[in-house]
Design a protein around this ligand. Structure first.
Ligand SMILES: Nc1ncnc2c1ncn2[C@@H]1O[C@H](COP(=O)(O)OP(=O)(O)O)[C@@H](O)[C@H]1O
Ligand SMILES: [Mg+2]
Length: 240
């Protein structure tokens, strides 16, 4: 089976500082793959590099076999890669509805009623809040909106950067179970970045561990959860 997304030898820099050190990573169609790692490991940089900003300095990024390494971000998005970025970045003064429309617009989509229906089926709360301004939503609702906005482009690959950040455990479970439902129902492929390693590894089919800009371990979610070094570094005391 060809990979939906594959990175080989990808490096990225901020000025003279190297943030990614030769990343090899594969996401197959229909998979949920998680990338776990401590704060500052380079997780967000990896997500953003897939979207072309910062651009990979060396290495190759293939999407459905097409080399997108040098493509501008807007073209990558139109190809079907959507991101719910770290910190949500929703438009606080726009309504829920307007935020969602923006997600369709960046990808040039016109089948908006269908897209809205799918998002509201996944997150009924957003339908109830349709005319409310984004900035007045709770943290969990803002995260639903960030994911919903990304889904409006009908992506083939959804990139989620720390959806659990700052949310209460119950809300985290709701968001993660929505991601699981979506993956099962539609086969949507997801690359999920998380510091919340326990929940992420339980959700994902496979995972990678990122340390200091390099992948140090890979395996199925269950394999990684069972590894003593993962337990010691990312799990002990980290979940109830
Ligand atoms: N815009 C930036 N300019 C310079 N350095 C950055 C920038 N963004 C991130 N970094 C650095 O790159 C490294 C990786 O950061 P990041 O990808 O945000 O990690 P993570 O998402 O795993 O917490 C860190 O050392 C961080 O300080
Ligand atoms: Mg980050």
């Amino acid at each position: 089976m060809t990979a939906l997304l594959s990175l080989s030898g990808v490096t990225a820099f901020y000025g003279a500082i190297q943030a990614l050190r030769g990343i090899d990573l594969t996401v197959r169609r229909g998979e949920i793959v998680t990338l776990i790692g401590a704060n500052g490991a380079g997780k967000s940089t990896l997500m953003m590099t897939i979207c072309g900003n910062p651009r990979a300095r060396t290495g190759q990024i293939l999407h459905e076999g097409q080399d997108i390494t040098q493509w501008p971000t807007h073209r990558i998005m139109r190809r079907g890669i959507a991101q719910a970025p770290e910190g949500r970045r929703i438009f606080g003064r726009m309504t829920v509805h307007e935020n969602l429309l923006m997600g369709a617009e960046v990808a040039g989509r016109t089948d908006i009623p269908d897209r809205l229906e799918q998002v509201f089926a996944l997150f009924p709360r957003l339908k109830e809040r349709m005319t409310q301004r984004g900035g007045t939503l709770s943290g969990g609702e803002q995260q639903m909106l960030a994911i919903g906005r990304a889904l409006m482009s009908r992506p083939s690959l959804l990139l989620l950067d720390e959806p659990s950040l700052g949310l209460a455990p119950l809300v985290v479970r709701q968001i993660f179970s929505a991601i699981r439902d979506l993956n099962r129902a539609t086969g949507l492929t997801v690359l999920l970045v998380e510091q919340n390693a326990y929940q992420a590894l339980r959700l994902a089919h496979r995972g990678y561990v990122l340390v200091n800009g390099a992948i140090t371990m890979a395996g199925t979610g269950a394999e990684l959860l069972a590894r003593p070094e993962i337990r010691a570094a990312y799990l002990e005391g980290g979940h109830a």
